[in-house]
Ligand binder design. Structure first.
Ligand SMILES: *Cc1c(COP(=O)(O)O)cnc(C)c1O
Length: 521
């Protein structure tokens, strides 16, 4: 073993005296040690018996063909199964417990969604199949599109973007195309200080200059500062609503009206739509484009980088620029795909394509299943319960943890805390690590940037009061230690498979080759 286990002792070496929790195997009850596959596998072992490949074929790899042995470690089948099963048990998952990552909306993914997504008619179709043979799959895309338009009160929806950030790019490219069609070269996109990092990144990627707008003391966009900056060079604004402080932007309609008055467009980051679905229609707030994270608001599992789906709802003004392809339901119920070859002169201003095919089919089936099983009333209750749970969290912790905007009224779907009450030397990181010992995934840390040492807790509507109370009890105990300056917090986590890593060294000098690590012993 090249990395010390929880007790700081290496498996296979004598158990240190005085560490009662150390074992000879390195396992601790159900918490099983697992070395890297490179350390346990050998090139001589394999779980399969394949015939030798024919050697008389001409290689098409030319001088790139491998000449030496491949050197990959092999294991027998049971060893392989155990290796990955043991590793998976060292991970935390929404199926294990509450996952309070603010802004990420880690909600339960109903098993019904999975069942539907795996139906062969959805799971086994190919995007190049003739449309006549996949009418059911196209109907799912079309019906989901109708729901998204109705729920948001918008004019149209682009279904193809594959994540929230991809949806942002789609919306901003629509704005760019609309400005080009007007023959205007507006260069500036205004983004509030509390914006999700993807917003300024998207605007910059699309070639705009990004300018920040300050927040007011309440944690909302400073309307006066925003209107003061508006002018003929402003292409638009990107506003997250509810914002990343967990607050509803009450001035959204006034912001939209002011931006429209100077000829700009309003992009709304709708990743947090789960807080208002069924209660507020962004179309009524004057929004021109908004992405919806199907993988957040409408469940579907995500994390570790995917999969996602970020359809973008568009106002009438931006709809002509929407990307291809899209579905079109004919009078007889038949659904056709509008693509470059079939678009004719019906959609001449499309800015192009966001993806090769029609979007994330597996996410569409899961999201539509979620929507249909909840119904309109159920979706409204999703938003209400998400907000209720977050406020329960906020009010149960605000006497111990500083809650910078608690006086601004109820929060939306997430509760924001800061490190202001912690004794000197204790950090948000210490609290997060102590939560790992308590068996919880930590909350979002150090985001949003407008608050020092931020802790953003999003319980979602899925958690029961009993679960919330367990989390709150742990959080209260840790907060008391943090406020009292308990130095032992720096040592957390004590009970996890691995102790605290040197995060600076890990970021600055990542060791990506296992052999080097092994040699360090
Ligand atoms: C999650 C999130 C995004 C980005 O969504 P991805 O699907 O991860 O690209 C953008 N804005 C906000 C507010 C978010 O919470």
């Amino acid at each position: 073993m090249n990395v010390m286990n929880a007790s700081g002792w290496k498996p296979g070496t004598p158990v240190p005296a005085g560490d009662e929790s150390a074992t000879v195997s390195g396992n601790r009850g159900l918490m099983l040690e697992e070395p890297l596959i490179f350390e346990i596998g050998t090139t001589e072992t394999t779980g399969v018996d394949l015939p030798e490949p024919a050697t008389d074929r001409v290689s098409r790899l030319g001088r790139h063909a491998r000449t030496g042995a491949i050197g990959l470690p092999g294991l027998s089948e049971p060893e392989t199964v155990r290796h990955y099963t043991r590793l998976s048990r060292q991970n935390y998952a929404i199926d294990c417990g509450i996952f309070p990552l603010g802004s990420c909306t880690m909600k339960h993914n109903p098993r019904l969604n999975e069942k539907v997504a795996r139906m062969p008619g959805f799971a086994d179709v190919h995007p190049l199949q003739p449309a006549d043979t996949v009418q059911g799959a196209l109907a799912v895309i079309d019906e989901l599109a109708v729901w998204l338009i109705k729920l948001t009160g918008m004019h149209s929806v682009a279904m193809t973007p594959k994540a929230g950030a991809h949806g942002e790019l789609c919306g901003i490219l629509c704005i760019k195309a609309a400005l080009q069609a007007r023959g205007e070269d507006r260069r500036v996109i205004l983004v509030p200080e509390s914006a999700h990092g993807t917003n300024p990144a998207t605007a910059a990627f699309a070639g705009f200059a990004v300018e920040g707008i300050p927040a007011d003391a309440d944690g909302r966009v400073d309307l006066a500062a925003l209107t003061a900056r508006l002018g003929p060079d402003v292409a638009g604004v990107m506003i997250t609503n509810p914002n990343t402080c967990g607050l509803f932007e009450r001035d959204m309609k006034a912001i939209s009206d002011a931006v429209h008055a100077v000829g700009g467009y309003v992009y709304c980051d709708g990743a947090n739509f789960n807080a208002i679905v069924g209660r507020v229609r962004p179309g009524d707030l004057g929004i021109d484009a908004m992405h919806i994270n199907l993988h957040k608001t409408f469940s579907t599992p995500h994390g570790g980088g995917g999969p996602g789906s970020g359809p973008v709802v568009l106002s009438e003004a931006l709809s002509p620029y929407a990307p291809l392809p899209f579905t079109e339901r004919q009078g007889d119920g038949h659904i056709t795909l509008v693509e470059e070859e079939t678009v004719g002169d019906r959609h001449p201003h499309s800015f192009g394509r966001m993806s090769a095919f029609h979007g994330q089919m597996g996410m569409f089936t899961r999201a539509l299943t979620y929507i249909l099983s909840h119904g309109a009333d159920g979706l409204r209750q999703v938003a209400e319960d998400a907000v209720l749970n977050a406020n329960y969290m906020l009010r149960s912790l605000e006497d111990l943890l500083d809650a910078p905007f608690a006086a601004s009224g109820p929060c939306m779907h997430e509760a924001l805390f800061s490190d202001a009450n912690f004794a000197k030397g204790v950090s948000t990181l210490d609290v997060a690590k102590a939560l790992i010992d308590e068996g919880f995934h930590p909350m979002t840390m150090y985001f949003p940037l407008v608050v020092h040492g931020a802790m953003l807790v999003e319980p979602t509507e899925c958690e029961s009061k009993a679960t919330l109370d367990q989390f709150i009890a742990s959080m209260r105990a840790i907060a008391e230690r943090a406020n009292a300056g308990d130095d032992s917090l720096h040592a957390a986590p004590l009970l996890a498979p691995r102790r605290r890593v040197d995060e600076t060294a890990a970021a600055r000098k990542p060791r990506l080759v296992w052999r080097e690590v092994a040699e360090l012993g």
